[in-house]
Write a protein that binds this ligand. Structure first.
Ligand code: UFG
Length: 334
């Protein structure tokens, strides 16, 4: 039995990780309430429709599938929404994680890979951001991720939980074989929004701020291909599985490409790829957006030998455009 419980496995990063898990001989058991995930993205193992805030549903999934470990993606993940509706974020992300950890303990499931975020750093004092940079989040989403990291560290200490925490920078792109991709409703992310505006002349891309202290005034982000994120999860899981020591620990890694691109640079790359000019509107800054977030991912490279393979901007944009074309055809056929 090589079952891995993947909470949020019907979502964007979760589904790509399920595909990578299956390719490496694991069976991903998706546990997802389908509030933002998609049943059609569950292609590599069984789906349990359940909520991480529901202990009974979690217990039933653990009893049935007896997972070796958990990869925990399920969370609310819109920075802007977290500012206006923090209760949702603390319930889903913090209470939900606590319940998951409780049921893991009940079932003696001791290994966890947790989806954290560079949003847990807040405004960086140095760039690229090293893994030991102080964490001072500036929005409830970032607070909720940091709180869960702290809970995990305490569980590692008290209950011998063995955990890897992955702080993602900006997940982007789509499966290179076109099986799955980004399908958020509503879509708030730059790359899909810009592609949609480029493909549909009736749509306008809003650019949130060109008055930041960056070279062109727009925000800089570190875009990492979702397939590279997926491979990192499998690597971390394998590392946990080969650990013979019973002691608890929590190990955190940054996951980024270590290269920053401004919003305007990303827009230009998409226009170039699609040979078009998109309609844009410059708006005020979006609340909760730091000017610049770029990763120092050296610790996962040095310790686990992880390397980003697909996180150059052309590959990210190509795969996201291919997926966007497929999505347009799918919507037309509905
Ligand atoms: N942006 C626009 N127009 C859009 C969408 C985004 O100008 O239509 C800008 C944003 O203001 C930001 C940049 O593009 O400057 C990237 O924005 P995204 O929404 O694509 O990504 P974020 O950096 O806001 O968020 C991502 C993840 C979060 C995570 C965060 C960490 O989606 O889950 O990175 O900062 F918390």
């Amino acid at each position: 039995m090589s079952n891995i419980l993947v909470t949020g496995g019907a979502g964007y990063i979760g589904s790509h990780t399920c595909k990578a898990l299956k390719q490496q001989g694991f069976t991903p058991v998706v546990f997802d309430n389908l509030s933002t995930g998609h049943e059609a993205f569950v292609q590599w193992g069984p789906l349990v429709v359940g909520d991480i805030q529901n202990i009974t549903e979690l217990q039933a999934a653990f009893a049935r599938y007896k997972p070796l470990a958990v990869i925990h993606f399920a969370a609310s993940a819109y920075v802007g929404e977290s500012v206006t509706d923090p209760e949702k974020y603390y319930n889903n992300n913090v209470t939900g994680s606590l319940k998951l950890l409780q049921v893991m303990r009940e079932h003696a499931c001791q290994q966890l890979v947790f989806s954290s975020s560079c949003a847990s750093y807040g405004l960086p004092s140095v760039t690229p951001i090293p893994i030991d940079h102080p964490q001072n989040p500036i929005n409830p989403y970032g607070h909720s991720k940091l709180m869960v990291e702290q809970i995990i560290a305490d569980y590692a200490n008290a209950y011998a939980l063995q955990a890897t925490v992955l702080r993602y920078f900006n997940a982007a792109g789509a499966d290179l074989e076109g099986d799955i991709g980004e399908r958020h409703e509503p879509e708030t992310h730059l790359i899909p929004n810009a592609i949609n505006a480029a493909l549909d002349a009736t749509q306008t891309l809003t650019i949130y701020g060109t008055d930041y202290p960056t070279q062109d005034g727009s925000c800089i982000r570190d875009y990492i291909h979702v397939a590279d994120l997926a491979s990192a999860h499998v690597l971390c899981l394998k590392k946990l599985q080969t650990n013979n020591d019973k002691k608890g620990f929590m190990q955190a890694y940054n996951l980024g490409s270590e290269t920053g691109f401004s919003v305007l640079e990303v827009v230009a790359a998409i226009e170039n790829k699609l040979s078009t000019k998109l309609t844009r509107k410059i708006a005020d800054r979006r609340p909760g957006d730091p000017p610049q977030l770029v990763a120092d991912s050296s610790s996962i490279k040095n310790e686990l030998g992880w390397e980003a393979q697909y996180s150059d901007l052309p590959t990210i944009v190509d795969s996201a455009c291919q997926w966007a074309h497929q999505e347009l055809l799918r919507k037309k056929s509905l």
